[in-house]
Design a protein around this ligand. Structure first.
Ligand code: ADP
Length: 469
């Protein structure tokens, strides 16, 4: 089938977070299953590893008239995936987001999709939108005027990567920008007088999925739904969850360039060498079990919970290493605490992708105390490297870790919750069963192929239900 994949960021061209990783990897995995995929993203001022070929301009219906938008093409070598880039001065800025007119910028992006595809001669069977930046696309394809032939009424899937970002603007502005009939200003987009792209997507997409089944359920509750819990609940009949994958080759411990020696599930001696190397560099005693964190330093990730628990973690016998960057307050807290516990707690404050490979391989266990986690990658990377995750039972963490078999899960997002699980892990570490758990985790299938097959099945169900097909 022909899949149109729309995203505001795509690895390796543009990236601020996990959405880019999914938009880079999932289309490739779909192409490997034999599908034709066109990925459309903005033509930002800063695009990495790509020089799109400009193939002309298209006229996009916008704000009562037409706006000219450039179309760039690129074929990713050996991936089977085609890319199209939407060019406009709106995207020639220093950052991708964070401007007052963000919703207007991505309204133009969303409105241009049909014209850009037609220009690329790509007529999709299914449309896959991601997060608020393309949240209005299902509405445009259902009720928009001036659509090229073949785009009206296409089945649309909308994926929620993070329910915290909603795409806000004024209802009368957005219907004007998208050239929609005024009645839509009072429809699904309208949330107590504010237009939300996320809510419009919930109303008009044929199916919605979150990036894990547990997160799909959690967002229907006030604790996780971030204003829209009631709306998610209302559309729960078309809401499901599909867990992301990881690039199992990039993260394979057998070919990691950053390690002293590669290893496999059957021979983990290279893992012991990695631990020796990290402990040597940071003055930690390699005889003790090593607990690490690899994380953005943000409230969501519960790094404060780990720091509050630190003295007790040391008492339980762990040495601790933290790799992370983010909020200045947390960075300072980590730096100060490691200066206070030399020999038992060390840290590297910064973002170091290559170094993170060594940290994942060196660790015996990783602590993930997230307050919410739509999917999460670190637990999957860890298990793939034979490192046992000790994680809060939320979102994708709950769905990918089997308590007592591949990792340890705790319910309460506080130091007591975490310490309960690290204590259980600490006791298990002294038994042969620890090796069995490592082995179990390394055998799990976290490949993108598995996720792609779930998406493929969902697309097929939507196409079967769509009156056009
Ligand atoms: P999120 O996207 O919410 O930050 P995920 O668990 O989905 O969390 O993905 C985080 C990714 O970023 C992982 O690949 C992890 O290894 C990486 N990462 C996070 N912090 C760092 C860091 N300081 N240095 C290197 N890699 C990091």
């Amino acid at each position: 089938m022909r899949v149109l994949f729309i995203s505001s960021e795509v690895y390796p061209f543009s990236k601020t977070g996990g959405l880019a990783d999914v938009s880079g990897a999932l289309p490739k995995a779909l192409a490997a299953l034999g599908h034709e995929v066109l990925v459309v993203s903005p033509w930002y001022k800063q695009l990495h590893q790509v020089k799109p070929l400009w193939i002309g301009d298209v006229d996009v219906p916008f704000e009562g008239g037409f706006v000219s938008v450039g179309v760039g093409r690129w074929r990713q070598p050996d991936s089977g995936v085609e890319d199209a880039f939407v060019g406009h001065p709106f995207f020639q800025r220093e950052r991708y987001y964070g401007y007052d007119d963000d919703m207007r910028r991505f309204a133009l992006f969303s409105r241009s999709i049909a014209q850009v595809c037609a220009r690329c001669n790509f007529y999709p069977d299914i449309v896959h939108c991601n997060d608020w930046q393309s949240g209005y696309v299902p509405l445009i394809f259902k009720h928009g005027w001036h659509l090229p032939k073949g785009f009206s009424g296409l089945p649309c899937l909308f994926t929620i990567h993070n329910a915290r970002f909603l795409g806000e603007s004024a209802p009368q502005d957005i219907v004007h920008q998208l050239r929609l009939s005024a009645e839509f200003a009072d429809g699904w987009m309208n949330f107590y007088g504010t237009a939300l792209a996320m809510r419009a997507a919930l109303g008009y997409a044929d199916a919605i999925n979150a990036v894990s089944p547990s997160y799909a359920e959690e967002i229907t509750t006030p604790e996780y739904g971030y204003h829209l819990a009631g709306s998610y609940y209302e559309v729960r009949h078309k809401l499901s969850g599909i867990v992301n994958g990881i690039d199992t080759e990039v993260w394979s411990p057998s070919n990691i360039a950053a390690l002293p020696q590669g290893y496999t599930a059957d021979d983990t001696s290279g893992k012991a060498l990695a631990k020796l190397e990290l402990c040597r560099r940071y003055g930690l005693d390699a005889e003790r079990p090593l607990l690490v964190t690899v994380s953005r330093l943000a409230e969501q990730k519960g790094i404060d919970i780990v720091l509050h628990a630190l003295p007790y973690l040391l008492e339980q016998g762990w040495n601790v290493f933290m790799l992370g960057s983010g909020e200045a307050e947390l960075e300072a807290w980590i730096r100060y605490t490691s200066s206070q516990h030399q020999g038992r707690f060390a840290s590297y404050v910064g973002y170091e992708e290559t170094f993170s490979h060594l940290v994942y391989a060196a660790a015996d266990a990783i602590a993930i105390a997230s307050r919410f986690e739509p999917c999460g990658l670190t637990q999957m990377i860890s298990m793939h490297c034979g490192t046992i995750p000790i994680a809060r039972a939320t979102g994708g963490l709950r769905d990918t870790i089997r308590h007592g078999e591949t990792g340890f899960l705790f319910e309460d997002a506080n130091p007591t919750g975490l310490l309960w699980a690290t204590e259980a892990a600490r006791r298990t570490y002294d038994t042969p069963y620890w090796q069995k758990m490592m082995h179990n985790g390394m055998q799990e299938d976290f490949s993108w192929q598995r996720s792609a097959r779930s998406y493929e099945a969902l697309y097929q169900r939507l196409m079967a239900k769509n009156p056009r097909t």
